[in-house]
Design a binder for this molecule. Structure first.
Ligand SMILES: Cc1ncc(COP(=O)(O)O)c(C=O)c1O
Length: 362
């Protein structure tokens, strides 16, 4: 054993690494395909890419040589205006991932328990463990919904926090209002992850006025097409925001990311239109894929579709699509072993995916 090993924090040495997504250029090289043949439908990114106005804004950014504003004055004000809240209710970070980490760091003491509803976003388990908490899960029903009746039967006294993802990654269904309302009434912190909120019918921001125990997380990675820039934010009571502002790394939202996030918010109508297009191609694909024998899509309010695969191995299907340069997400754990999750891309991209699926499942 290395002499360094004894210095490691024992809590981390047992942790499994977070499973990463392979960048498209590396994947193209591994598969021996031209990069333009790669159709990336595995990470729920915006298929329209960086808008030309934002690309120009990046090229023209004057302050890349100085540190960003640690108080995030402009960014917090712009996000607040967008979310119809006050700037002191907003904290931005390097992706919703960083906000998740900061929230756990702020609230968790060793051994504190956090409840999630599985299956859900796999980073929750990782980030709770990183912050010395214990992530426990309560299983969703077979259709991945949460029933109020069952939620009411849970004894929450052992938990400090619950995490709800709405729409839920990877199933796409939103949390029902009455479930959220019930959880908000408990003596608990409620972390509502709305990474895909812009694609959904309902959002949770209206509850912030009445519920100090609610923290909402959002991101610029999905509908705003800025996943590579790493900007996310939390919406919360001012008292929580104040504490998070104290503990966050001062400069985690870099100058380029801040400039592009501001520009994106100023260009909201462009994204509103893209969201409509993505929802249209998603709904078209959803209806078409239902006709493919062996594929059953779950209802979704997100920019992705979870499909159950029967009579064919889902893992094999994912690997075969990959050979053609089409990347979809496969989860090796139950109850998702027989599912693939596909991002809603453009109409042309969804048509290419559908053709490939029709061929393989025929
Ligand atoms: C449910 C959910 N929450 C949070 C994130 C993290 O988003 P970000 O890119 O802002 O870190 C993701 C990314 O896939 C997600 O699916």
């Amino acid at each position: 054993m290395s002499s360094i090993a004894k210095f490691f924090h024992p809590g981390f040495t047992r942790m499994r690494p977070y499973s990463p997504i392979e960048p498209p250029d590396q994947l193209a090289k591994r598969l021996g395909l031209p990069p333009e043949q790669i159709l990336k439908l595995d990470a729920n990114e915006n298929p329209f890419g960086l808008h030309p106005d934002l690309r120009r804004a990046l090229a023209e950014e004057k302050y890349l040589h100085v540190y960003p504003d640690p108080a995030q004055v402009k960014l917090r004000a712009a996000i607040a205006a967008y979310a119809k809240l006050a700037p002191n209710q907003v904290v931005a970070g390097a992706g919703a991932d960083e906000l998740l980490d900061l929230v756990m760091r702020l609230f968790l003491q060793p051994g504190d328990q956090v409840l999630g509803f599985s299956p859900s976003f796999s980073y929750y388990d990782h980030v709770v463990s990183l912050n010395h908490g214990k992530y426990q899960t309560y299983p969703r029903k077979a259709d991945f919904s949460l029933s109020l009746k069952e939620v009411k039967e849970i004894d929450f006294s052992a938990y400090k926090m619950v995490i709800l993802c709405s729409p839920n990654n990877p199933s796409g269904n939103p949390v029902e209002k009455k479930v959220l309302e019930y959880l908000l009434q408990q003596d608990l912190l409620v972390l509502l992850d709305e990474a895909y909120g812009e694609f959904a019918k309902e959002k949770g921001t209206d509850y912030l006025a009445e519920h100090e125990n609610l923290i909402i997380l959002r991101t610029f990675s999905k509908c705003f097409a800025l996943a590579g820039m790493r900007v996310g934010y939390g919406l919360m009571a001012p008292i929580i925001a104040q504490e998070l502002m104290k503990i966050k790394p001062p400069y985690s939202v870099n100058v380029a990311a801040e400039a592009l996030a501001l520009k994106a918010l100023a260009h909201w109508p462009i994204y509103a239109e893209q969201i409509q297009q993505i929802k249209a191609s998603r709904d078209w694909f959803w209806h078409e894929v239902r006709k493919v024998p062996g594929l059953t899509p779950f209802p979704t309010e997100a920019n992705f579709i979870l499909c159950r695969v029967t009579g064919y191995e889902a893992k094999k299907l994912k690997e075969e699509l990959e050979q053609e340069g089409i990347l979809v997400r496969y989860f090796a754990q139950a109850p998702l072993r027989d599912c693939i999750r596909v991002t809603a891309g453009t109409q042309a991209q969804m048509a290419r995916l559908l053709r490939a699926l029709q061929e393989k499942m025929a």
